[in-house]
Each structure stands twice: as structure tokens, then as C-alpha cells.
Design a protein around this ligand. Structure first.
Ligand code: MF3
Ligand code: CO
Ligand code: CO
Length: 289
């Protein structure tokens, strides 16, 4: 049904359409007519949803802060998982990955040559020299937030340190490439350019994603790409940027035994950092870090 100028806006702001998203919708329509891919209505979050995601992210951030304070050599990844479960549920949240499509744990713990989706286990003990990604997704009142950080255990090699730092910079550069009314492909272009300039490679099969009402929403955010291509980024979009960067080649494979663990094909190290971000009228807001 077509909204009239004086109807209430679809975003539930309580404002008249002409004072709210009318111009926004016309801008998207114009872009679409000119052949650009534009976000669908479902990809645009309203204020209530954004606030819900912000609250969810408070728990997710708190959980990763807690992991950061406690993670150490000799600990099992299952102990980290337990910490995550307790913290999340104590704060009224639900770990989104627990029982998600059969995934058995509250977080992912991906060590060294594991790219992502490593499953916490009582048999995996953190040792000096390990680089570990802890990835947490929280549901609060139905709203999802998603972030991950790298941790370096004990004495880590210079090569591993460099990979962790370059990957962190990739996330920063990807974030800086996000401009309202810019292009989704600008993110991948920025990440890929920097990662490859440092002699590293970008994983293609996994990437960022819309998030907020569900764990994985459209669009898919590829961390390799070309400037000025892909979907238009509009204010109200919420998605993750989560570059997975390999020290060697970009190829990966999935462990056949557990069906989850993603590993580098050549056994090289892999790192990842993830934020949930909001596209605003002026730029971006980091929702979960
Ligand atoms: N947090 C992950 C992401 O960044 C999702 C993990 S899904 C799981 O998209 F099932 F593997 F846990
Ligand atoms: Co994610
Ligand atoms: Co994640």
C-alpha cells in the first residue's frame, strides 16, 4: 500500500511520512531506476530496533570484556564457553549460537589455523603462542548483536602478532569505508587492498551479514571487492564487518568430523575481528565491539 505524505511513516517514528522517510524512499527509488542495487525495507532498522540491538550489544561487549580479563594459558576453550554462557544468561540474554542449526556451544573459539566456527572443548587447552578468536552473538529481548576479538596467549611470534594487528586494521579500514549512500563493495575493497598489501589474503566463503532481528540477515558483506560496486548503504542498515585474514592462501575447508570448524587449506594462521555497526545519516555507529 502506498503511503501518502500525511500518513504516519512506516518506520513507526510517529512522524508524518513527508517529515520522515519520504525523501529517503524517493532517493532509493531513483537509485534503483538508475540500475543500482538498493536495500530492501527489511534491511532498514527503526529506532526501537536499533535501541534493542544496542542493549543486546551491551551484554555482548561485557561478555567479551570478561573473556579478555580471564583468558589465559592453560585454560580450556570449554571454560571460556562456560564463562560466556553464565555471563550472558545472568544478564538476561541468550547465547545465539547455542543450538543454532545444531551448533553446540555459546561462543566460537578459533585458534591459529582455524578461520572461524571453532567449537569450544574440554580437550583444547590454550598454550603460549596461540592466537585465539572468541566470537560471541547475544540475543536480548529478541535483538541480536555479534562481535569477535583476537587474544594472544603468552609469548606469540612476531608473524602471528603482525597478522592479528593487520586484521584489526582491516576491520578499521572496512568500517571507515562505510558511508551513508556509499557502496557495500567499498568495504571489501578497503579490506582486501590493505590485507594484500601486507602479504596476507582474504577469506571469501564467509563474511559479514545483516544482523539484529536474526543472527544472519541480508546483505552478505564480502571482505574482498571493488569500490563503487554492490548494494547502496542507507542509514538504518545494521550489519557486521568481520574480516577473516589468512597469513597464507585464502582457501579454506570445513572439518568433516564436526561439520563446523573452518580451517585454512594450507595450515597457515588466520585471524578475525568483528563489529556490529549501524549506518547513520552522518557515518557509522559501532553497536557491538
Ligand atoms: N558469530 C558468528 C558470525 O559472526 C556466527 C557463528 S554461527 C555458529 O557470524 F553456529 F557457528 F556459531
Ligand atoms: Co557475524
Ligand atoms: Co560473530
Amino acid at each position: 500500500m502506498k503511503l501518502s505524505r500525511n500518513d504516519l511513516c512506516w518506520c513507526k517514528s510517529g512522524l508524518k511520512y513527508k517529515k520522515c522517510h519520504l525523501e529517503f524512499d524517493e532517493r532509493l527509488k531513483r537509485l534503483k531506476r538508475h540500475g543500482y542495487t538498493v536495500p530492501s525495507r527489511e534491511m532498514i532498522k527503526n529506532e526501537e530496533q536499533i535501541e534493542g540491538i544496542r542493549q543486546s550489544a551491551k551484554i555482548n561487549d561485557g561478555l567479551l570484556d570478561l573473556v579478555s580479563k580471564n583468558i589465559k594459558e592453560g585454560m580450556t576453550t570449554e571454560e571460556i564457553d562456560k564463562l560466556a554462557y553464565e555471563y550472558t544468561t545472568d544478564n538476561g540474554g541468550i547465547p545465539a549460537t547455542l543450538n543454532y542449526e545444531g551448533y553446540p556451544k555459546s561462543i566460537c573459539t578459533s585458534i591459529n589455523n582455524v578461520v572461524c566456527h571453532g567449537i569450544p572443548s574440554k580437550d583444547v587447552i590454550l598454550k603460549s603462542g596461540d592466537i585465539v578468536n572468541v566470537d560471541a552473538t547475544t540475543i536480548l529481548n529478541g535483538y541480536y548483536s555479534d562481535a569477535s576479538r583476537m587474544f594472544m596467549i603468552g609469548e606469540v611470534s612476531e608473524d602471528a602478532k603482525k597478522l592479528v594487528e593487520v586484521t584489526r586494521e582491516c576491520l578499521k579500514k572496512g568500517l571507515e569505508a562505510v558511508k551513508p549512500w556509499g557502496f557495500l563493495g567499498d568495504i571489501g575493497a578497503a579490506v582486501q587492498q590493505y590485507a594484500e598489501s601486507q602479504g596476507f589474503s582474504v577469506v571469501r566463503e564467509f563474511g559479514g551479514h545483516g544482523v539484529g532481528i536474526d543472527i544472519h540477515e541480508d546483505p552478505f558483506v564480502c571482505h574482498a571487492g571493488k569500490k563503487g560496486t554492490g548494494m547502496i548503504l542507507a542509514p538504518g542498515m545494521v550489519f557486521t564487518i568481520e574480516p577473516m585474514i589468512n597469513a597464507g592462501g585464502h582457501e579454506i575447508f570445513i572439518d568433516e568430523d564436526d561439520g563446523w570448524t573452518v580451517l585454512t587449506a594450507d595450515g597457515s594462521l588466520s585471524a578475525q575481528w568483528e563489529h556490529t555497526i549501524l549506518v547513520t545519516e552522518k557515518g557509522t555507529e559501532i553497536l557491538a565491539k
